[in-house]
Design a binder for this molecule. Structure first.
Ligand code: PXL
Length: 285
């Protein structure tokens, strides 16, 4: 049986993020992605111009009709929301479909590099911080961890040269683990030309270190979370999952920076998707 993941995210025509990333990654890893669009956009919101068509009023139908059709999911993975109200719809979706075996991954997409996304406001962020309480695992970037834990991002990154910088971040994440969500993976922590991803659970606390190349690219958080989702559903442990996600992104980023690029266009991940096919892809088992 192919495992199924409901993927609640937007569909952006350009930016190689959200559903375009998740559908490709999960499929190659042998998981059936079942998309629930939150919005349909011409392109992600980091470009100068974008048009976004909010899908909120249709999202209830997914919950209602899929309930009538008695579908079930091994995973539920949510990302970008285009209104604060959508967090309630996602919360209802999780309550309706979460079974004992369903893994819920909420990527609390809100912000990056210290700035909240242009379609978000403080209410959206407050509601997202409520939604993560329903997750088994969350994958905030450093800015999002700051929002979740009430830490000023600017003040935190001022300490990035300090010896105990990672320890300060670990403490924020551990507080989140004990108070909000059992597994927290903090992505994209920049220090001394390296990128760290931190894993925090009741029994594990560690950072995975990778080389930092180029900019912050569109969609890398979504690709990272999608690989983690695929790995978890394929029974791969969290440490291996983070290494697989980091290595995959490294290949895509290295390829992207070989030529002129616009960070809004995302990374060249397509030609490396095949490297994920033997990472717990169903054909292997
Ligand atoms: O990758 C995060 C993301 C997802 N979806 C949309 C976005 C962004 C970040 O800007 O604009 C539409």
């Amino acid at each position: 049986m192919v495992k199924k993941a409901a993927v609640i995210n937007d569909l952006s025509g350009f930016g190689k993020c959200s559903l375009t990333a998740s559908i490709a990654v999960l499929s190659v890893m042998g998981i059936q992605p079942c998309p629930v669009p939150t919005a349909i956009l011409t392109n992600q919101t980091g470009y100068e111009n974008y048009y976004s068509c909010d899908f909120s009023k249709h999202m209830h139908n997914y919950t209602d009709i899929w309930k009538q059709n008695d579908v079930s999911f091994d995973g539920i993975y949510s990302g970008y929301v285009s209104s604060a109200q959508q967090t309630d719809i996602i919360s209802d979706f999780i309550s309706t479909f979460k079974k004992s075996y369903t893994q819920v991954l909420v990527d609390p997409v809100m912000a990056d590099d210290g700035k909240i996304y242009s379609a978000y406001n403080s209410t959206t962020c407050k509601k997202m911080c409520e939604l993560i309480k329903k997750a088994d695992i969350i994958t905030p970037n450093l800015t999002e961890l700051c929002i979740i834990s009430g830490q000023d991002y600017g003040e935190l990154v001022k300490k990035s040269d300090d010896k105990n910088y990672l320890e300060i971040i670990a403490n924020l994440a551990k507080k989140t683990v004990s108070e909000i969500c059992p597994s927290v993976i903090v992505t994209g922590i920049k220090k001394d030309s390296f990128i760290y991803n931190g894993v925090f659970t009741a029994n594990e606390n560690f950072f995975v270190k990778s080389k930092q190349y180029g900019d912050s690219f569109s969609g890398t958080g979504d690709i990272f979370a999608s690989v983690i989702c695929g790995c978890i559903l394929n029974g791969i442990n969290i440490k291996t999952a983070v290494n697989i996600a980091a290595e995959f992104l490294e290949k895509a980023i290295l390829d992207t920076i070989k030529t002129d690029y616009d960070k809004n266009d995302g990374v060249n991940f397509e030609k490396y998707l095949y490297t994920l096919a033997n990472k717990g892809g169903r054909h292997e088992q």
